[in-house]
Write a protein that binds this ligand. Structure first.
Ligand code: SF4
Length: 368
């Protein structure tokens, strides 16, 4: 409740943690240390509470590929647009509407008469399918946090006119890839507490083993983030490679067993493209064969070839969203930022989504 929230926003405690970070910052072996977080909700909180301004120059805090809307690939949006243009009702999250495919967004299709509905999640889309006779395709995007409810909806025997176009993504393999990118220098990961509620923090042991990077799982209130940074920077200072849980009130080592079982019962991890970032092994979630009956790609003959013939706008080609999500650029490095690209008239996906770094920075007036 509100009181609980306030507990984690106490300014005096925040200042004490910032002092601690400054102290550790003086003893870092190879400053500046770059810490990457992987979650739009972390970036929102960092911007809203001005947490970067509390950090010393020896600590750089960047956002990685943590915006689910932003990593949804253009050809995936093309598939959803093609279905909508074919007369199928497409239901998806509000943030997905303005994200451009190769040449069109779902919002464009809607203004041309397609039936595109905004829903809050898979269950909402199931209820829509129960209410109407037409085919309803849920364009399912997001990470573990939304993939688990999609899996639960599929397992709950939805109506026959319901199916799923999965663009769900799985974060840990993307953390592996970004850690290995030659231009990305990361000294530690602040992992997203919300995804870890489902998968558990044990999932990050592999990241530590493979890359020798410390990982701390953090919550979303200012004190959660600052306390997470203290732990992470201590580990960076000491050269300790381990996973720590700085969000113990919500995250356990094993995660949510039921949600995990449902997730992996319905989905399998396959290789796929993350928009602007890379082709990532085992990071896209596809419906398993047992659930083919609910797979929109099996049910419909989706043909987005016409949409893909038109080329993306010049501005969209200039978008550096991918570099921002790989931690090698800031939104302010993009010449379109706040000029040709604004939340009211976005060019790239990072300016569309409320979890996109560009939109968050724009809303908080530049570098927060
Ligand atoms: Fe892309 Fe717009 Fe961000 Fe530039 S400001 S990187 S065009 S989303």
């Amino acid at each position: 409740d509100g009181d609980d929230e306030l507990q984690f926003r106490d300014p005096e405690k925040a200042e004490a943690l910032a002092d601690k970070i400054a102290e550790i910052g003086e003893k870092l072996p190879d400053p500046p240390a770059t810490v990457m977080h992987v979650c739009g909700s972390h970036e929102q909180s960092i911007a809203k509470f001005g947490l970067r301004s509390l950090l010393p120059d020896s600590v750089r805090l960047v956002m990685g590929p943590g915006c689910p809307v932003c990593v949804t690939n253009m050809p995936e949006v093309d598939e959803a647009v093609a279905l909508a243009e074919d007369g199928v009702t497409v239901a998806t999250y509000g943030d997905m509407l303005k994200v451009s495919g190769t040449s069109k967004s779902l919002d464009d299709a809607r203004s041309e008469g397609a039936d595109v509905r905004v829903v809050y999640g898979a269950q909402d889309a199931v209820e829509l399918a129960e209410d109407i006779d037409e085919e309803v395709v849920f364009f399912a995007t997001g990470f573990e946090t939304t993939a688990a409810p999609t899996a639960a909806a599929i397992k709950a025997d939805p109506p026959e006119n319901f199916s799923v176009l999965s663009a769900h993504k799985y974060i840990p393999p993307a953390m592996d890839i970004v850690a290995e990118m030659p231009d990305t220098e990361i000294d530690g990961y602040l992992a997203a507490g919300n995804a870890a509620i489902i998968t558990g923090h044990g999932i990050f042991d592999g990241i530590v083993d493979r890359h020798g990077l410390p990982v701390v799982v953090g919550g979303f209130e200012p004190l959660d983030i600052l306390a997470g940074l203290v732990k992470l920077l201590e580990n960076i200072r000491d050269g300790t490679q381990t996973v720590e849980n700085a969000y113990p009130r919500c995250v356990t080592e094993g995660g949510n067993r039921v949600a995990k079982e449902q997730l992996w019962d319905v989905f399998e991890a396959v290789d796929g493209e993350w928009r602007g970032i890379a082709h990532i092994p085992d990071a896209n979630l596809e419906l398993r064969e047992e659930y083919t009956a609910y797979d929109a790609r099996e049910r419909f003959d989706i043909d987005p070839s016409e949409l893909r013939e038109a080329s993306a706008s010049q501005q969209l080609q200039e978008c550096i969203c991918g570099d921002i999500m790989a931690g090698t650029a800031d939104p302010t490095d993009c010449p379109l930022f706040g000029e040709e690209c604004t939340p009211a008239d976005p060019v790239g996906a990072c300016m569309v989504s409320s979890e996109g770094t560009c939109k968050i920075w724009q809303e908080y007036g530049g570098r927060p």
